[in-house]
Design a protein around this ligand. Structure first.
Ligand code: NAD
Ligand code: UDP
Length: 387
């Protein structure tokens, strides 16, 4: 079965051991699932939480039980980290604070998590001659060049002013008071450090820049499997509103644009990187779906339609409301205006393309959200309020 799998150059893929840091998160849970179900590789899964991968860890009779081990540890302060990296052939670092509501309200935690805490991981890989796949973000591009042109400038239609290209686009952040950019800036510096380790010390690295990967198990539903006052990323915010039959909140008019990609398409790209080191080492890859671009307002409208179809409930008379970013996120918020990934490099190196349309990915994701949360929300909202 899996042992006869070939890489893109026709070579036999040898089973490897992967130290996956942040394996218990959204992307980590999908990557662990893929690796267990479709490959012979072993995973040393590192995280402080394991809820999203419980079904892969228990019971011990699962066919892959001897290929996945969970290590509950915080990489900030645990001396076991270097040992785990040394035991593995490849380290994948996913650990991060990566919800925008935190960037301007917890900028110190954000910078420490995305830069300082990632430093030992890079150092241990470099010193021990281990390969590293590091998760960065599309946010390191910041704002597009086009966003600085006059609103009516015809150049705004020219892709060279907005398509984001790994080896050519600049990184354009707001001023220091706009603490939103603390995350992007920390991710940019760790990318530069990894790149320099490659250039000066021969580290074999791949950097991944995800463009709004979405799907089941992303973030949490406030008050159900996360804090009531917590603000997750947009998919979970809008899912929460739909499940509770509340209007979806459009920040600053919902005019920002995003390209959304289905997590399962994106995981295919990561697997190609894992199994084709000669093609992936030394590369920075955009991973997104340029065909799935919408404004946040259009996303809200589409999610409302899809959810109505799935739940059988008619949409609200007023399905969306506008809210200012200051009210929603607090002081220091700012936004990326538009995020379209250039796909030249990933196409050339790995021959990868995304497949799933926005409508289809929302249908499968909202079916999951409905199945997982609708009952729990009904119960929570029917409880009499505490005195
Ligand atoms: P996530 O929050 O679901 O997963 C991150 C995981 O890392 C969590 O399970 C968390 O517990 C763990 N973690 C954080 N700090 C840790 C620590 N000190 N020690 C041990 N574990 C720790 O996020 P995700 O969406 O899966 O994102 C994974 C990576 O991809 C992040 O680096 C993020 O910046 C990047 N990324 C994701 C997207 C996306 O579309 N989902 C977009 C851009 C960038
Ligand atoms: N957003 C919104 N309503 C919400 C949550 C988010 O209008 O309830 C907007 C947010 O301002 C941003 C976009 O949706 O323009 C995407 O936000 P997300 O948190 O998913 O992360 P980002 O793509 O900015 O990294």
């Amino acid at each position: 079965m899996a042992s006869a799998r070939l890489d893109l150059d026709g070579n036999l893929i040898k089973p490897i051991t992967i130290c996956m840091i942040g394996a218990g998160g959204f992307i980590g849970s999908h990557l662990c699932e893929k690796l267990m179900m479709e490959t012979p590789h072993k995973v040393l899964a590192v995280d402080v939480y394991s809820d999203k991968i419980t079904s892969l860890l228990e019971p011990s009779t699962l066919p892959w039980a001897d290929r996945i081990q969970f290590h509950r540890l915080n990489i900030k302060n645990d001396s076991r980290l270097e040992g785990l990296i040394r035991m593995a052939d490849l380290t994948i670092n996913l650990a991060a604070i990566c919800t925008p509501a935190d960037y301007n309200t917890r900028p110190l935690d954000t910078i420490y998590s995305n830069f300082i805490d990632a430093l030992p991981v890079v150092k241990y890989c470099s010193e021990n001659g281990k390969r590293l796949i590091h998760f960065s973000t599309c946010e390191i591009y910041g704002k597009t060049i086009g966003s600085f042109l006059p609103k009516d400038s015809p150049l705004r239609q020219d892709p060279s002013y907005y398509v984001l290209k790994e080896d050519a686009s600049p990184c354009i952040f707001g001023s220091i008071e706009k603490q939103r950019w603390s995350y992007a800036c920390a991710k940019q510096l760790i990318e530069r450090l990894i790149y320099a380790e490659g250039a000066e010390n021969g580290l074999d690295f791949t950097i991944v820049r995800p463009f709004n990967w979405i799907g089941p198990r992303m973030d949490f539903i406030p008050g159900i499997d996360g804090p009531s006052e917590g603000v997750p990323r947009v998919l979970a915010c809008f899912s929460n509103n739909l499940l509770r039959r509340e209007p979806l909140k459009l920040v600053d008019g919902g005019q920002s644009e995003r390209t959304f990609i289905y997590i399962k398409d994106a995981i295919e790209a990561v697997l190609l990187m894992i199994e084709n080191p000669a093609r992936a080492n030394g590369q920075i890859f955009n991973v997104g779906n340029p065909n799935n671009e919408v404004t946040v307002r259009q996303l809200a409208e589409m999610m409302t339609l899809v959810y109505s179809k799935i739940s059988g409930e008619a949409p609200l008379d007023t399905p969306t409301i506008d809210v200012s970013s200051k009210e929603f996120y607090g002081e220091g918020y700012d936004d990326s205006d538009k995020r379209i990934p250039d796909m030249t490099i990933i196409n050339r190196q790995l021959g990868w393309n995304p497949k799933t349309s926005l409508w289809d990915l929302l249908e499968s994701t909202l079916t999951y959200q409905h199945r997982t949360y609708a009952e729990a929300i009904k119960k929570a909202t029917s409880k009499p309020a505490a005195n």
